[in-house]
Design a protein around this ligand. Structure first.
Ligand code: ADP
Length: 397
């Protein structure tokens, strides 16, 4: 089956067309600056050159129409006609407590996704626009919603409840949801395959370290805890997001600097994390790593604080599962930075492993980076959220 995977943001749209039998990508790309001046489609057919089409895209329907035109184009397209696209898989950020797995999209499902928009006001409405646009252009093609939160719905109450009045959970569903679920699910599955074991017999910790970053504890194939919370702001120190902090800091800064809640949230989401900690040097870990290796103070404190926080979460999740068999690193820096993996692992050698330094310097491929006698395995596993969405979609249609 040809599965079109769509990840729709408010002004951008990423896509991949995946053959679900061979699991190969036939074409991929993105639309940028939708409904903004200077919009363009970047399109790469498998084995071909990257192409850039600059054209106005007044809305997402026009953007998706351009994608479909490219995919079916006589010279650089990868399918003959629209009906060769068998299904569409949509990435949806928040499924609240309503969705614990992927689901075929119906009118009722759309209403339920709308009902979760309160919990992800920046993301769910944009995801819905993508669904509506695809339905308009491909009214008979089956579509599936795959949720970032779904994998984490197996968390027990003690892991998802906050220490605030219970009525807020009852009234507003304030609780830990967790994100990057598609990635945590995919990577924990690959870990079992790499170890040649059944996931149902394993305790795995997945560190998804990209611009957005989260850690999860996967016991016997089920998520039992994760570092992101009601929103993706909690947990690790991220590119520009603060992660965990004392909530009283908000009031303190608000009074000192005369700021309102919107301004504070903007600071925590966009000006904090490693960007803020490095004194606005960079949110990009490549820059920070370079600065750290050159001995720059701001980069050193930032890298150390980032790695320490990851190690602290890993320790917490070893406790949550009463043990661990494998710790997996994935996403941008998890897959690529041996320096960061090494710094995190220095805190964790009590778990009984030795890093193989040569293997740890490799990047972007599935590899066990410990020596053979290591009791706990440290695995590097490139994530593939698009493939995971395509698999879920193929399974359901
Ligand atoms: P997201 O999908 O959340 O935007 P990614 O998973 O693409 O993020 O990760 C982006 C991050 O990964 C950036 O901070 C980038 O600097 C970092 N990264 C990518 N390659 C490397 C590398 N070789 N060394 C260190 N960091 C890297």
């Amino acid at each position: 089956m040809n599965i079109l995977v769509i990840n729709c943001g408010s002004s951008s749209l990423k896509f991949q067309l995946i053959d679900s039998e061979t699991e190969k990508v036939s074409a991929k790309g993105l639309c940028e600056r939708i409904a903004i001046e200077g919009s363009r489609l970047v399109y790469t057919p498998a084995g071909g050159e990257k192409m850039i089409f600059e054209a106005p895209m007044a809305d997402h329907t026009i953007a998706i129409q351009m994608v479909l035109d490219a995919l079916t184009n006589d010279s650089y397209g990868v399918v003959k006609e629209l009906s060769d696209i068998d299904a569409v898989g949509h990435r949806i950020v928040h499924g609240g407590e309503l969705f614990s797995e992927a689901t075929v999209i119906t009118d009722e499902v759309i209403e339920a996704i709308k009902a979760c928009s309160d919990l992800a006001p920046l993301h769910n409405p944009a995801n819905l626009i993508g669904i509506e646009a695809c339905r308009k252009l491909m009214p008979t093609t089956p579509m599936v919603a795959v949720f970032d939160t779904a994998f984490h719905q197996t968390m027990p109450e003690e892991a998802y409840l906050y220490g605030i009045p219970y009525r807020y959970y009852e009234k507003y569903k304030i609780r830990r949801y967790g994100f990057h679920g598609t990635s945590h699910n995919y990577v924990s599955g690959r870990a079992a395959a790499m170890l040649g074991k059944d996931l149902a017999d394993l305790k795995v910790i997945v560190c998804h370290l990209g611009n957005g970053a989260s850690v999860s504890a996967v016991k016997n194939g089920k998520c039992v805890d994760t570092s992101m919370g009601l929103t993706p702001l909690e947990g690790l120190i991220m590119g520009t997001r603060s992660g965990d902090l004392d909530p009283a800091i908000l009031e303190f800064i608000a009074k000192k600097e005369n700021l309102d809640m919107d301004q504070l949230m903007n600071i925590l989401n966009k000006e904090s994390g490693v960007l803020g900690l490095s004194d606005q040097f960079s949110s990009d870990f490549r820059d920070l790593e370079e600065g750290y290796l050159q001995g720059k103070d701001n980069c050193t404190r930032t890298m150390k604080a980032f790695c320490y926080r990851v190690a602290k979460y890993v320790g917490a999740y070893v406790a949550a599962m009463n043990g661990v068999d494998a710790i997996c690193f994935t996403a941008g820096l998890g897959e690529n930075s041996g320096v960061i993996r090494g710094m995190i692992c220095e805190y964790l050698t009590y778990l009984g492993f030795t890093l193989d330094q040569e293997k740890n310097s490799m990047r972007g491929k599935e590899i066990d980076i410990t020596t053979p006698d290591s009791k706990t395995k440290i695995l590097v596993i490139p994530t593939n959220e698009e493939l995971a969405i395509a698999r879920e979609t193929a399974k359901l249609v």
